[in-house]
Design a protein around this ligand. Structure first.
Ligand code: EPZ
Length: 418
């Protein structure tokens, strides 16, 4: 397994180009199987999860080519309605093929995604909503067996604004008979990007980005060329890198409006963040102060940035509290940060961070995608050498992280353990 060796203490300076969004690319790639014509997607990041999604599309009967310049071409062949366990267990987002398969074929056999490091992550809200559209499910040896005639439009109210649930239903409803209303729908920008892609293929979706989305079913979807949005969580992670190292970065191809809650918190900590052509400038030359953070569905502070801002708070002055409301077990990075000298007290969904820590390099273990990012951030600041192990977690969601960081002065290298 690969690991990263990082010498801390360098103030990062220079330019970082933000890649395409992982969490927009995954549902859009899967939605492409619903199109009767060829789909070309631009700005797709080179990530492990993208590779896994293309493997899933191949198993489902699609042909795809990922060519050099971040472009993916997909053509759906004779679809096969089965997503096997040994693939789904490596990427729970595979469950997003449920809606498209039911809409296209009227049947689906998708392995039930297990839990993962950050929580149980059931899919009950996806299934209940699809049942309202006429699908029937049963569970057989760990597989969700789904079947339906043509899905019919329904008025669905989600108990929780589930991102994946909203995405599954957007895709299913696009080819259903009649109108579907999704209430308490997720408002994340990646959901909006999926809706915009589906509309580019001829779907009739309105209200994306708000909590009430209307979809009028059509009989078929055409192919299209579509550019995936930039990755707001990758961008937020590099804002945290500029903050924690007291650096001065220019992030290009960088979202801004979609990061409002994150930017507001970093500004409150004393970080300068503003649009400066051709990108977004991040400067942190003075002392930072801790803030309080509650993770919430969009447009609140994103849970996917919780681990990263915790690392920055460890070295800021004062103290602050982080409350994680989306996942039940998303503080594992805290235990590793404590091993580097951070002063964090965990109590249920709350973490109290006493700032002003002198972080010291240490061997640490990544446990999930964003936890690994937070350990890299801490290592960039820590005195001495840090070894971040199990960075396959990082490779799932960050394109060429060590290259982007070393391009701004970080002393970082990857070691491949044979
Ligand atoms: C998406 O996961 C993202 N993944 C996650 O990013 C992100 O953390 C999450 O949304 C919240 O923003 C992708 O987009 C591929 P949810 P998803 O359905 O769709 C519960 C990353 O780091 N829930 O909004 O799985 C669930 O258990 C990843 O890039 C149910 O109870 O998120 C969780 O506690 C990590 N029943 C909460 O809702 C359901 O049927 C949020 O889940 C569905 C969800």
């Amino acid at each position: 397994m690969d690991k990263l060796i990082i010498e801390g203490g360098t103030r990062l300076r220079g330019e970082i180009r933000i890649s395409g969004s992982k969490n927009a690319s995954l549902p859009i790639l899967i939605a492409a199987l619903m199109a009767d014509g060829d789909v070309v997607l631009e700005n797709v990041p080179k990530l492990k999860d993208i590779k896994t999604t293309l493997e899933l599309l191949t198993l489902l009967g699609c042909h795809s080519v990922f060519n050099g310049n971040h472009e993916v071409e997909i053509s759906a062949g004779n679809l096969v309605p089965e997503a096997p366990y040994d693939l789904v267990r490596t990427m729970r987002a595979s469950v997003l093929c449920l809606g498209p398969l039911l809409a296209k074929l009227g049947r689906a056999k998708v392995a039930l995604p297990g839990g993962c490091a950050i929580g149980s992550r059931p899919v009950d809200l996806h299934l209940r909503a699809l049942e309202q559209m006429g699908a029937r499910f049963n569970l057989e040896s760990g597989y969700i067996m789904g079947a339906c005639k043509r899905l019919r439009g329904a008025h669905i109210v989600f108990d929780f604004p589930t991102v994946g649930g909203t995405e599954n239903l957007l895709m299913a409803a696009s080819l259903a008979k009649g109108e579907t209303i999704l209430e308490n729908a997720a408002r994340e920008p990646e959901v909006t990007d999926l809706a915009n892609f589906l509309n580019a293929c001829g779907a009739k979706i309105t209200g994306q980005g708000t909590s009430i989305i209307k979809i009028t079913g059509v009989t078929s979807l055409s192919g299209s060329r579509y550019r995936v949005m930039s990755d707001r969580i990758e961008a937020g992670t590099y804002m945290a890198a500029g903050a924690i190292t007291g650096g001065d970065l220019l992030l290009t191809n960088c979202p801004f409006e979609e990061l409002e809650a994150v930017i507001a918190k970093f500004r409150a900590m004393g970080v300068y963040i503003d649009k400066e052509s051709p990108g977004v400038r991040v400067k942190a030359e003075g002392d930072l102060v801790c803030v309080d953070v509650v993770t919430l569905p969009y447009p609140g502070f994103p849970t996917d940035m919780q681990a990263q801002i915790m690392a920055v708070m460890c070295v800021a002055n004062g103290s602050g509290m982080i409350r994680e409301t989306i996942f039940e077990n998303r503080f594992m990075h805290a235990l590793e940060l404590i091993r580097m000298g951070a002063k964090i007290k965990l109590s249920g969904q709350n973490a109290v961070i006493r700032g002003g820590a002198e972080l010291k390099g240490a061997p640490v273990m990544a446990s999930d995608l964003r936890a690994s990012a937070s350990l890299v951030l801490a290592a960039l600041r820590a005195r001495g050498t840090t070894e971040v192990q199990r960075i396959y977690h990082l490779d799932r969601g960050y394109e060429s992280m060590e290259k982007k960081l070393s391009g701004t002065g970080a002393i970082i290298k990857r070691e491949t353990e044979l």
